[in-house]
Design a protein around this ligand. Structure first.
Ligand SMILES: O=C(CO)[C@H](O)[C@H](O)COP(=O)(O)O
Length: 223
């Protein structure tokens, strides 16, 4: 089955953003993953609404906006006004996650919940039915180009069981260190959506990389 691919804007060349977005528009990427960082929840600052608004004007793909910030609920209405398809908030950053998920839906967006590498999937037991997508961080959030954390494969299996047992329709998204080595293993583990930054944007042929990330595994590798 085809995998949804959401290249991570964090790794784009911001001196020539138009060229990178043109590449995304031409490519088989399904969504564009936009990483908003506040320097508090994570030890880095990326970009905010002025950049998101500029990207939205030129990008033809749906925006998957991942807030690595404290109290992301402050920006639900603004993210909806931007025209984002999905707002992803961290479990660790939300005091009233149930309310936040419902407010995201009320604003007409898909609701994503992100887990840091050390947060177990069982923390989502009481909200998984309401979530459209669970984003598993496979690096500690804050920076691109980090080494993939291996226990993510097993975590996908535990999340898949939680989704199945609860009757939820949530998709499983993985972000961090997704490349030629880890992507086939993630597909085998059952991922639905791959976020990839450096591997896509630093490639000589990024469109080909996106195509390969989205391709199904050959049958002999799916076993
Ligand atoms: O959310 C992120 C960092 O917090 C990035 O999306 C992620 O790290 C992607 O970068 P790379 O593919 O280079 O690892």
């Amino acid at each position: 089955m085809k995998t949804i691919v959401s290249p991570s804007l964090l790794a784009a060349d911001f001196t020539n953003l138009q060229a990178d977005i043109d590449m995304i528009n031409r490519s088989e990427a399904d969504w564009l993953h936009c990483d908003v960082m506040d320097g508090v929840f994570v030890p880095n600052i990326s970009f905010g609404f002025p950049v998101l608004e500029a990207v939205k004007r030129i990008c033809t793909k749906p925006l998957d906006v991942h807030f690595m910030i404290v109290k992301p609920e402050r920006y639900i209405t603004r993210t909806a006004k931007l025209g984002a398809m999905m707002m992803n908030v961290h479990y660790e950053a939300c005091t009233h996650l149930n309310r936040t998920i419902h407010e995201i839906h009320e604003e007409g967006m898909k609701a994503g919940v992100t887990l840091n590498p050390s947060t177990p999937v069982c923390m989502l037991e009481d909200c998984i039915q309401d979530v459209d997508i669970v984003l598993l961080m496979s690096v500690n959030p804050g920076f691109g180009g980090q080494k993939f954390i291996e226990n993510t494969y097993a975590k996908i299996g535990r999340l898949r069981k939680l989704i199945k047992d609860s009757g939820s329709q949530a998709l499983i998204e993985v972000d961090g260190g997704v490349n030629a080595e880890t992507a086939p293993k993630l597909k085998r583990a059952g991922v639905d959506v791959l976020v990839s930054g450096s591997y896509v944007f630093k490639a000589e042929e990024p469109e080909q990389v996106i195509k390969t990330l989205s391709s199904p595994l050959p049958p002999f590798l799916s076993l």
